[in-house]
Design a protein around this ligand. Structure first.
Ligand SMILES: Cc1ncc(COP(=O)(O)O)c(C=O)c1O
Length: 462
């Protein structure tokens, strides 16, 4: 664990960096950045900290919002080792299963909101969402309504990186380079992003207007043609957009009124992050289908789940037509064992309750101190997710030009002081491990204050 990098593979740090630069195509990475500087190699991690090249960093992003129970937990590594020795692999096609997958499906059903009892396993959030797109198409066809094909998503959405999920995303920069368009079967409604888009409305008025824009899209397309509305309860990737309380009950009402399925993409929010096991509980709504990924194994291994309400599962399973869908590693016994143990740890250590009653409120209160910065317009939090919106003019909520890359500068300034946060457009996102302490939150706020001050001084100096 503490072995220096160059002992791990019989190579020096520089040799490994050169191999990475030459042979590794990185996800979501500007190639120019890798040409300018070698990749930073993280080689071990523990608790809330990652280490690499002799540097220790407080990871307030929990990787990519996934390492919820913290790094390096022995419970999970011993579970993985035992599971791998016992049953290293078997598939789940053709009516076969394995004990850990069965137990994990049962555990998810027991935790999930009422009636969500059927679980399909995949490997990533994108695959779980892609699975849902097929579930939805299959469901409406089984019901003799193949014309119900249109999916409604929202501005700023992020549902994944496969072709179909990219088409759902509300970010043209992820679509255009591939010639992917949303097309006539995907319509985009407004997001409840009051700070950027709310104008003179109150957050509640804007939330209701954003919900109404979903209704308008349904009416525009004709309810008979609309299959589902896809929502992330908190739009984490695009700046931690947190809806007002009035929003989701209204979205649910609209979906029910027009017989449109409601899908909650709980890839980030599911399994505790918002202070409840599911964000549907935090925001007071019930979806027909939800997807889970990141927190399912706390990032220890790739596993995701699509969870169906009984009303959907019955239709999928009752007909003669086979649901022709699956992955070689669906319900992988080792991944399932790790996920199960991860859920045990969350329950045993009462981490969801901790977010709800203790560390979540502290995180929220402490981060508000950043609002005093002249360039912070809004600090929004929900459980252990935060978005810090940078702004040029607080009164008018005018943004800085995105080309200034202010968030990148702030996050770099925080990084050199030892704290990882994530820049996204004009917002900084924090998604810390559930085990983050008050002292770690205090340190983060101190570091961000200094980082914001650096960037503000540079702006003032011109
Ligand atoms: C809300 C949401 N859905 C889906 C995904 C895609 O998950 P994955 O990267 O595991 O494919 C992400 C990833 O960040 C996400 O934030």
């Amino acid at each position: 664990m503490d072995q220096p990098l160059n002992d791990q593979h019989g190579m020096s740090l520089e040799e490994l960096q050169a191999l990475d630069q030459k042979h590794h195509l990185h996800p979501f990475t500007a190639a120019s950045a890798l040409r300018q500087a070698p990749p930073f190699l993280i080689d071990n991690a523990d608790g809330c900290y990652v280490m690499g090249q002799g540097i220790r960093l407080l990871d307030m992003m929990a990787g990519l919002g996934c390492v919820n129970i913290g790094y390096g937990r022995e419970e999970l590594s011993t579970t993985a080792q035992k599971a791998m020795q016992t049953l290293s692999y078997y598939h789940s096609f053709s009516a076969v299963s394995n004990p850990t997958a069965a137990a994990l499906a049962g555990r998810i059903a027991a935790l999930a909101p009422d009636g969500m009892n059927k679980v399909f396993f995949a490997n990533s959030g994108s695959e779980a969402n892609e699975t849902i797109l097929k579930v939805i198409a299959f469901y409406w066809r089984q019901l003799g309504k193949p014309e119900k094909r249109i999916i409604i998503t929202r501005d700023y959405a992020y549902h994944g990186s496969t072709i179909a999920t990219t088409a759902l995303n509300g970010n043209a920069a992820m679509q255009e380079p591939f010639g992917i368009e949303s097309g006539p079967d995907i319509l985009r409604a407004a997001a409840p992003f009051w700070y950027r888009d709310g104008g003179d409305l109150t957050p509640e008025e804007h939330g209701l207007a954003a919900a109404k824009s979903i209704e308008e899209k349904i009416l525009e397309a004709g309810a008979d043609n609309v299959a589902a509305v896809f929502v992330e309860p908190v739009q984490a990737t695009m700046g931690a957009i947190i809806p007002p309380d009035v929003y989701f009950p209204e979205v649910e009402r609209i979906c029910r009124k027009y017989n449109v399925l409601l899908v909650a993409d709980e890839v980030v929010t599911g399994l505790g992050r918002t202070g409840h096991w599911f964000a549907q509980e935090t925001f007071g709504f019930k979806a027909d289908i939800m997807t889970l990924a990141k927190g399912l194994s706390s990032g220890y291994c790739p596993i995701s789940a699509a969870v169906l309400h009984d009303d959907i599962a019955t239709v999928i399973e009752d007909g003669e037509t086979v649901f022709q869908h699956g992955f070689t590693t669906s319900a992988h016994p080792v991944m399932a064992a790790v996920a199960l143990r991860n859920l045990d740890v969350i329950a045993e250590e009462r981490l969801v309750e901790r977010i709800h009653d203790d560390i979540g409120p502290y995180f929220s209160q402490k981060l508000q101190e950043l609002s005093a910065s002249p360039i912070v317009g809004e600090v929004r939090t929900c459980g252990l997710i935060a978005g810090i919106e940078l702004v040029q003019d607080k009164a008018t909520r005018t943004q800085y030009p995105i080309e200034l890359a202010l968030c990148e500068h702030v996050s770099q300034a925080a990084l050199v002081r030892g704290v990882i946060v994530r820049p996204t457009g004009n917002a900084l996102v924090l998604c810390p491990p559930f085990i983050a302490s008050r002292a770690e939150i205090d340190l983060t706020v101190d570091v961000l204050q200094q980082a914001l001050e650096d960037v503000h001084s540079a702006l003032v100096a011109g």
